[in-house]
Ligand binder design. Sequence first.
Ligand code: F0G
Length: 448
Amino acid sequence: MSDNLHQLRCFGCGARIAGAEAQPDFRCAECGDLFEVEYPGWNQRKGNDRPNAGALKWLWRERRCSSEVLDHSGVWRFRELLPILENFGNAVTLQEGNTPLYPLLRASKALGIDQLYAKHQGMNPTGSFKDTGMTAALSVAKERGFEWVACASTGNTSAAMAAYAARAGLRCLVLIPEGKIAWGKLAQAMDYGAVTCQLKTDFDGCLSLLTEIVKQAPIYLLNSVNPYRLEGQKTPAFEIAEAFDWNVPDHLIVPGGNLGNSSALGKGFREMHELGLVARMPRISVIQAAGANPLVRSFENSHGSVLEPVEAKTRATAIRIGNPASWRKAVRVIQDTDGWCLDVNEAEIAIAKAELGSEGLGCEPASAVTLAGLKKLRAEGKIGSAETVVLVLTGHTLKDADYTIDFHRGTLLKEEETVGLEAKIDGLRRNARAVEATPSAVLATLKG
Ligand code: F0G
């Protein structure tokens, strides 16, 4: 497993190219589809030729106690499974990954699922799962000598890219849809020194514009169309398997936006399975917001063979995406693992987010679709009480404080969105109270 050899394989036509031959927009010159990183030889490894699974598992765990900076990264700790750099010394790391897997105590009781966990990717250095992908792809940019990197973003990708670019001493360009990203994320891009352009278009518009820009200037594209991003983002799959002592959970539930993350996690589990590190794959289900649900529609209308872009609208701004780039990869993951794809509405997202908050975890709205989706899957009898379920929480609760405050003040949802849910929502709201500055007034708030 020591060969730093990889190639890119087109997901559409199967064409193979060397990593350095990719076009600036990471689209196949033959068919226009996206590439996947492939490691020649891995799938031919059978029997004794396979890596020594026990030795690798020991090594990865051992690295957690090592004094090497690279070993402190939950991505590069697994570097045998992502040999994408010529020299691992070029890795740019903020000690990402190694995120907590929390048991969900209240939700587990409420849903009657004994083994329910949240893999909290919001506990990464910039507060989202994007860090795991960014350490991988930005390291490639650095190794290949780029001076500029860029992304279109609903906020988290730009925050992560800006931080890693700053660490590497690279310049970075961020394109964001004006007025449609959470302030916390915009603040991060500014703080880390990005050149940030707010454009009068949506995320999909920003990404298609950037695709043109990178063809005209030597700028390295760091959206999840870049297949190296997915190599980093597959590593939480390894962490999850490791946390369960290499017995994978029955279900993994992931939010869906541009669909890079579900594709990456599916790749991680598939590769572990192919290499004999785990005995099976979990069922991977993708949950979208009802106002940004092109993949759900694709499954309903064409069993996932055609995707019609939609005009996306949801308060979960991170997943406000109508034309997801990695949809074909996500379809394969869902189909290969017998997972489901469904959507949840704005009230369901807000309630699930407040429930996760009340467990002492919290997350950003886009992450809460996982719990909202789980409730539906459980109600439909698709998930049994004895099965193990992991929700992937993608972003930190502080990313979008406005959303949380609006919910607790009762100004987030419109009346027509909450019909029949008023009591449930009232029970979750914890608005701050204006109280006189006396002990008796404060103590009085504890009653009732
Ligand atoms: N959750 C959060 C918090 C996100 O920021 C995103 C995507 C997703 C879920 C969806 O993941 O796109 O891989 O399906 N955010 C991107 C961004 C698009 O620009 O930060 P996906």
